[in-house]
Design a protein around this ligand. Structure first.
Ligand code: NAP
Length: 480
């Protein structure tokens, strides 16, 4: 039986593990650097952390949760859901916790991967699945002085829960998807809150609501009702994803909704001007919140439309040269999304490094398979992130494709599978032509590699990806 090692234990890793287990591939192990399953939903515990994709869709299709307490579940509930799925499907016992993978090398003679951990121990597997995600490495701004600050400072993904903002002057660096969720909480307590918003974002209302007991009862008694809700949300999000372009009708509607939301909550013309984006809608992730604008309109909150260029012992200096003295700094500065697998030293055929192969930005056939790296399967890899929609839907599609690969290997007694260069190149050519004309090329965002290549996102709706991955194309691979 093929032995399979999976790096990570978040949504992606569990999707693959469950899919393989259900198909009878049971020689599985997962390696998790932390001490619990859950990936980003384990790590991001900042106040207000939650998902801006409705939970009936932001869950595995085969594991609907009739007991969600609200339409947009918060972090704790999502984390509990992941744990429950991992337990139910027998994945948790397969996880080795505290096992940080630092290197993986393909042994051509033995046709297996040699995986090295931070403690220098090693393990070998026939197939290696990377499920390290795109947003697992918190990024501090690469500016001078970050270490010199003498007050409290931390990144949103490493929230300091002993920190009490009451009576303090607090700086928040960043105004992205994480900041819009935690800023309203800080604004309640801080004596003074300064939000450094280098670029304004489009913000839409969040149609959130608690599910009442009767909803949960109905979902449980008649699961079809929840499937209908899921289907409806999916259909709406597909249109939303197609409309991530101001030139489209949906894009224009989205922009009108966002501008109306701003006008409704912010009446001060100066603040309104600060919060009005100056780039096409969809270029950066569209955000959802009913609390962010009201929080920014509070008298104890100031929005500075400058980047932070330096940190001093007592505060931050913005790019206009103004120094702001604060007691605490919270970095909502995002993640090293372009890193992909580069933080793990991956060596393929002929000693080729994956980091070198991806010098100009990561690319892979279907986002999963890289020529020169046999028996390596990447989940949530290049060009599989979404501008709108549920990543869980994408992860399930990837898991199903990977399962077909493993099925075929076992059925044909193959030891190796490797995508051909031609297949990868043709796939990438097509993808790049779609991405080049996408809205994501029109502003700075984390979807793009410094080379200019859009490496994170899948262009558009999720259905075409599910279709592209539904049936394995054996001719795209070399089987040996
Ligand atoms: P982010 O979207 O990458 O935002 C980082 C923020 O930091 C941006 O506003 C950026 O400004 C700012 N920034 C960076 N360096 C700065 C500097 N020197 N001075 C001032 N501002 C600076 O990070 P994030 O908010 O953590 O979100 C990352 C991703 O995580 C999201 O896009 C999303 O995919 C995911 N996420 C999802 C949810 C959800 O509800 N599903 C919630 C949270 C996060 P610029 O825009 O000018 O670069």
């Amino acid at each position: 039986m093929t032995s399979i090692g999976i790096i990570g234990s978040g949504f992606g890793a569990i999707a693959v593990a469950v899919e393989l287990k259900r198909a009878g591939h049971t020689d599985l192990r997962l390696w998790e650097r932390s001490h619990d399953v859950g990936g980003v939903w384990r790590d991001n515990t900042y106040p207000g952390a939650g998902c801006d994709v409705p939970s009936p869709l932001y869950s595995y299709s085969y594991e609907p949760n009739s007991q969600w307490t609200r339409r947009y579940a918060l972090q704790e509930e999502i984390h509990a859901y992941i744990r429950a799925v991992a337990d139910k499907h027998g994945v948790t016992p397969l996880v080795r916790f505290g096992a940080e993978v630092v290197a993986a090398a393909w042994d051509e003679d033995a046709a297996h991967w040699v995986v090295t951990f931070a403690d220098r121990t090693t393990s070998t597997v026939d197939l290696l699945v990377s499920a390290v995600g795109q947003l697992s490495r918190p990024k501090l701004p690469g500016i001078d002085g970050v270490e010199s600050f003498t007050g409290t400072s931390f990144h949103s993904a490493e929230w300091n829960h002993s920190f009490d903002a009451s009576g303090k002057r607090v700086a928040v660096v960043g105004a992205g998807a994480s900041a819009v969720q935690f800023v309203p909480h800080l604004a309640k307590d801080a004596e003074q809150l300064v939000v450094f918003q280098r670029t304004a974002n489009y913000l839409m209302p969040k149609p959130d609501k608690p599910y009442k007991a009767w909803h949960r009862g109905l979902f449980k008694a008649l699961p079809v009702t929840q499937r209908i809700e899921r289907g409806g949300i999916w259909a709406i999000m597909e249109q939303f994803a197609r409309g991530l372009d101001e030139r489209s009708k949906v894009g224009r509607i989205n922009k009108a909704i966002a501008m109306r939301h701003l006008g409704k909550h912010v009446t001060d013309p100066v603040l309104k001007a600060k919060l009005t984006p100056d780039y096409p809608i969809g270029c950066k992730r569209i955000l959802f919140s009913n609390e962010f604008y009201p929080a920014l309109a509070q008298p104890n909150v100031d929005v500075v439309t400058h980047g932070v260029t330096r940190v001093t012992t007592t505060g931050v200096v913005d790019d206009a040269g103004t120094e702001h003295e604060v007691d605490a700094i919270v970095y909502g500065t995002g993640f090293d999304a372009q890193d992909f697998l580069e933080s793990i030293d991956v060596t393929g055929v002929g000693g080729q490094k994956l980091a070198t192969h991806w010098t100009d930005g990561a690319h892979a056939y279907l986002g999963m398979y890289v020529p020169g790296f046999p028996n390596l399967l990447v989940t949530y890899g290049p060009n599989t992130n979404l501008g709108g929609g549920s990543i869980i839907y994408m992860l399930e599609a990837q898991a199903r494709h990977m399962r077909q690969v493993v099925d075929r290997m076992e059925a044909g007694s193959y030891r190796t599978v490797e995508v051909t260069e031609e297949a990868e190149r043709a796939y990438d050519r097509d993808l790049t032509s779609q991405l080049d004309s996408s809205v994501w090329s029109s502003c700075d965002n984390w979807y793009r590699h410094p080379s200019g290549r859009i490496t994170s996102n899948w262009p558009g709706a999720t259905r075409p990806f599910a279709r592209a991955t539904k049936h394995l194309q054996p001719e795209a691979f070399t089987w040996a």
